[in-house]
Each structure stands twice: as structure tokens, then as C-alpha cells.
Ligand binder design. Structure first.
Ligand code: SF4
Length: 110
């Protein structure tokens, strides 16, 4: 199975081979690629970015860590409920969103 590593702009083409105890990854130029390849095939995760409304306009947020891909839409629905008076970069908008262990953090002051 072929994958593209998204952990840095190099975008290494990875090849995953099934083994008796998981997957063997090749084509990676560093250990992050090996970890990404194995995780992508067993429990894929992504950082979520989104926009939230404030009294002064729209600003951007992201999750503090990558969350399971199958929870992205539920997390987006939680983020969509947010309306702020103002926004300061680094402030936490939702702590431990849906028990994922990720905080939703403001990435742009407004
Ligand atoms: S394997 Fe390493 S060098 Fe290649 S894209 Fe992934 S993080 Fe970047």
C-alpha cells in the first residue's frame, strides 16, 4: 500500500507492507514518516482547523493536538457552536473537546 507522508513539506512516498505484527514502512526519510505510516493505517489522526464567529468578525482556531479522523465532524459541530466576544491568540475556546484530549485554541487575535 502506498501513502504520502504529510508530516513535513518533503512529502515522502511511503510503502506499507503488512507483517505478522503490524506494518513495515519504507520510503521514509526519517522516523516521523515511519510513525505516520503506521498510525495512518491503524488509527489515523489529524489537526483540525476551523473558523469561529466573534462580535468583531471571524477568527481561526485549531486543535492543540491531532485527533482521530473519525471524530473530526463531531468536533467541527462543537466548534460551530462557539461565538466569542473577542479572541486572543493562544486562548482556549474548548478544553478537551469531546474528551479527545485536544483543546481548541485561537490562532489569530481579533
Ligand atoms: S518521512 Fe520524514 S522527511 Fe519524509 S515527509 Fe515524512 S517527516 Fe518529512
Amino acid at each position: 500500500m502506498n501513502l504520502t507522508c504529510i508530516m513535513c513539506p518533503m512529502g515522502c512516498e511511503l510503502t506499507a507492507t503488512k507483517t505478522s505484527d503490524g506494518y513495515k514502512i519504507s520510503g521514509n526519510n526519517c522516523l516521523r514518516g515511519e510513525k505516520f505510516g503506521k498510525e495512518e493505517l491503524t488509527s489515523p489522526k489529524r489537526i483540525v482547523t476551523a473558523l469561529v464567529h466573534t462580535d468583531r468578525g471571524v477568527t481561526s482556531v485549531k486543535t492543540s493536538v491531532a485527533i482521530d479522523k473519525n471524530k473530526i465532524f463531531d468536533v467541527m459541530k462543537e466548534i460551530d457552536k462557539v461565538h466569542l466576544k473577542n479572541a486572543k491568540i493562544g486562548d482556549i475556546v474548548i478544553k478537551n473537546v469531546l474528551g479527545t484530549g485536544a483543546d481548541v485554541v485561537i490562532t489569530k487575535s481579533i
